[in-house]
Write a protein that binds this ligand. Structure first.
Ligand code: TRP
Length: 356
């Protein structure tokens, strides 16, 4: 019975197409965990408005694109629920209550927010809603009362804040003793489990500049939709600083992070590492050709699945998946909200959501 499985919630802000960093950091995990867990995958479209409120058309397009990427990667809407944030009102309501459980300065010290403010050059001109999204993210997660949140390393600070909010809610409104171990909160009468972050096998994949983390905005990303030719070209750009192929190479460089991330055969990885570190007549170019073909092999089935949604009528199929996902996710979200409100002595009336 699916209802008995432990739950997962995770998601992405629709900002553009997914790249290899997303795959190794989180998406691969999601696909693998679909059978063991009851999965909720959230499209954080409201969060996209925190920095692009003037671009609703772009946000809508990115929303459709990200669902195409998910399905292409192997997320199966029959087994998992694809959840559109803007259609789950319980998230917004919980965000408001959660905002009272966390000090303003604690939110502003969140290192992920600080990094984003810097990376996006927001200065002190960001909207009020921008830092609010971090509180909203606590609600995104907790409304599904999950055990696990598979995310990239950059999101761990948000999960830490979510854990703080969950403990606090349970202590304040469910009378759970603050000394309780994280794993015992629900047994002690708490509404919310204290969810754990699960970071993918490669926490930080460098971009093709060989320096920064892979990121679309830094123009160093290999997209999941890149053709073999584009992949070859981009992998060819990975900078290692190595001068000649008889010089002992450094197997901690970014090229070798790609070798370990994408070449499947462990024996071959060892051979390449041995030869490269000895300076055994093996050049960067040779290694890059093997890396590029391993990446294209990984991407081929993803692109094949994506083709179905790129054909005419593809967007309509995606909208249908989104509608079904909203219906599947709503009962859980509404149940959590009702339980939270009754813990807060706000149980004046009951309501239900209906779909037309
Ligand atoms: N902040 C995440 C990102 O930018 C997206 C996100 C929103 C999310 N809500 C979430 C991730 C809840 C995990 C859980 O990628």
């Amino acid at each position: 019975m699916t209802a008995q499985k432990p739950r997962i919630l995770t998601g992405d802000t629709p900002t553009g197409r997914l790249h290899l960093g997303h795959w190794v950091g989180s998406v691969e995990n999601r696909v693998a965990l679909q059978d063991e867990y009851d999965c909720y995958f959230l499209i954080a479209n409201m969060h996209a408005f925190t920095t692009r409120a003037d671009k609703p058309g772009e946000i809508r397009e990115s929303t459709i694109e990200i669902v195409k990427d998910w399905l292409a990667c192997g997320i199966d809407p029959e087994r998992a629920s694809v959840v559109l944030q803007s259609e789950i009102p319980a998230i917004v309501e919980l965000s408001w209550y959660f905002a009272m459980l966390i000090p303003f300065n604690r939110v502003m010290r969140n290192p992920t927010l600080k990094t984003e403010i810097e990376a996006k050059g927001l200065g002190d001109h960001y909207s009020f809603g921008f830092p609010l999204y971090a509180v909203g993210q606590c609600a995104d997660i907790l409304v599904f009362r999950p055990e696990l949140v598979p995310v990239g390393e950059d999101q761990v600070a948000h999960i830490e804040m979510t854990r703080e909010v969950a403990r606090r809610f349970n202590q304040v409104y469910c009378d759970v003793d603050p000394q309780t171990e994280d794993a015992d909160y629900v047994n002690a009468g708490g509404l919310f489990p204290i969810p754990a972050a699960k970071v993918g096998r490669i926490a930080r994949l460098p971009g093709t500049d060989g320096v920064n983390k892979m990121s679309k905005s830094l123009n160093n990303a290999i997209s999941l939709t890149d053709s073999p030719k584009q992949v070859k070209k981009k992998v060819g750009q990975i900078y290692t600083g190595r001068q000649s192929m008889d010089e002992p190479g450094d197997i901690t460089n970014s090229l070798f992070q790609y070798v370990r991330a994408f070449i499947k055969d462990e024996g071959r990885i060892k051979e390449l590492e041995d030869a490269y570190s000895k300076g055994d007549n093996i050049g960067d170019g040779h290694v890059k050709v093997e890396v590029a073909s391993a990446i294209s092999e990984l991407l081929a089935p993803i692109q094949e699945r994506r083709a179905r949604y790129e054909a005419p009528g593809g967007d309509e199929l995606i909208v249908e998946v989104i509608r079904e996902g909203i219906k599947k996710a709503t009962p859980m979200a509404e149940e959590t909200l009702e339980l939270a409100k009754s813990a807060m002595k706000l149980d004046f009336a009951r309501r239900s959501i209906s779909f037309t």
